[in-house]
Design a protein around this ligand. Structure first.
Ligand code: NDP
Length: 347
């Protein structure tokens, strides 16, 4: 098990979690509707940092110190007292960071199929980050063909899909990534699996840029001499401030995440908000959980495009439950290249 040690007010570190090896007895009381799963893949997501604070006013409760971390996973049912979930069924939803979990809230999981799409994609392309990209781009950004689109953290779980959806929509897209090594790696991944359709995506990554703290405004401006219509903001902070200066009149900013915050009570000191007024920009925060009704439409869209070769999806797969604490902490220093997933066991 990976145990949450105690509350923090900063970005998570590996030492905030403890890998505990031992045997836990699990009972499935008759008539409880509970079932036991073997966890195959676990997801590391930036929102989990919010659950490490001793704060109960959020949309999701904090983790319980001394208990396993909770998060999205893909699992196999091994024993069940629930007629809707039979041994052998594959499920995706909220589970524990442990080899086996007793699921007492079956409504937090759905059955998934084993088909031509990797099972672990249920945590990324077909899961919560995918819906975030889809809802954020189509519902919040009001995109039009030909729009100039800027995406931050563009190689990550959400960003890589936003960039590709925007490209498919006929937009000009530029993404930012944190290191030149990350950009190079992304390009290499795309080349390694190159096909005529994937090359479209490659042209996004080729335009990715390495941004330093000092010249963010100028760097963005070089790629958008005529300004930005849509900024899909995954990071907040200095990048948001610089993007504000580069926005065009009637631009849209989707506030998806603020992973750059050092502490969640950090006011960030954004200086260029006046641009909202002068350029009549619409800036809107959103939560993917408000768009769950779009899930079937979203799945159809991404699965069709994936099968047609119009979308690729890059994962950063760590092996073994014991690698999970470092992988989660790594999200906040940009260690992940693509969607961060932990393989706990082979299918
Ligand atoms: P990613 O896979 O993109 O991983 C996080 C990335 O954030 C890192 O790889 C790094 O990319 C970047 N990053 C980390 N620390 C900093 C920093 N201090 N300054 C700038 N960039 C940093 O994560 P996701 O795609 O899962 O999530 C992206 C964003 O979307 C997050 O802010 C998350 O909270 C938000 N989100 C919002 C949802 C919603 O409903 N609104 C739902 C899901 C996610 P790089 O090295 O390229 O900078």
């Amino acid at each position: 098990q990976v145990i949450f040690k105690g509350y923090i007010e900063r970005a998570p570190r590996e030492t905030d979690m403890e890998v505990r090896i031992g045997t836990v007895e699990v009972k499935t009381p008759k008539g409880s509707g509970a079932f036991l799963v073997k966890n195959l893949y676990l997801s590391c997501d930036p929102y989990m940092r919010g659950r490490m604070r001793d704060y109960h006013g959020s949309y999701i409760p904090p983790f319980v110190p001394g208990q396993p971390i909770q998060g999205f996973g893909v699992s196999k049912v091994v024993a069940s007292d629930n007629p809707d979930f039979k041994p052998g069924d594959l499920v995706s939803g909220i589970t524990g960071w442990e080899e086996y979990s007793l699921i007492q809230k079956p409504e937090q999981l759905r059955r998934v199929q084993q088909d031509d799409i990797p099972l672990s994609f249920n945590l990324g392309l077909l899961g919560m980050p995918g819906l975030t990209a889809y809802a954020g781009f189509y519902e919040v950004c009001s995109p039009k063909k030909g729009d100039y689109v800027f995406v931050s953290a563009a190689s990550g779980a959400v960003g890589q899909l936003v960039g590709q959806l925007a490209k498919l929509h006929g937009c000009y897209v530029v993404g930012s990534a944190g290191t030149s090594q990350k950009v190079a790696k992304l390009d290499k991944f795309s080349i390694a699996s190159a096909s005529s359709t994937i090359i479209d995506y490659l042209s996004i990554t080729l335009q990715m840029m390495l941004i330093t703290q000092f010249d963010i405004y100028l760097t963005i401006n070089r790629y958008f001499p005529e300004g930005i219509d849509i900024y899909f903001d995954n990071v907040g902070g200095d990048m948001l401030d610089a993007a504000l200066l580069n926005m065009r009149i009637s631009g849209r900013i989707a506030v998806c995440g603020m992973v750059s915050l050092h502490s969640l009570s950090d006011p960030q000191g954004i200086r260029n908000l006046f641009n909202l007024l002068t350029k009549r920009i619409r800036m809107q925060g959103f939560l993917q959980s408000d768009y769950l009704h779009l899930y079937p439409k979203f799945l159809e869209h991404v699965i069709n495009n994936y099968r047609q070769g119009n979308l690729v999806y890059i994962e950063d797969m760590n092996e073994g439950l014991e690698s999970a604490p470092a992988a989660l902490a790594g999200l906040f220093s940009g260690k992940n290249v693509g969607k961060q997933v932990i393989r706990v066991a082979y299918e």
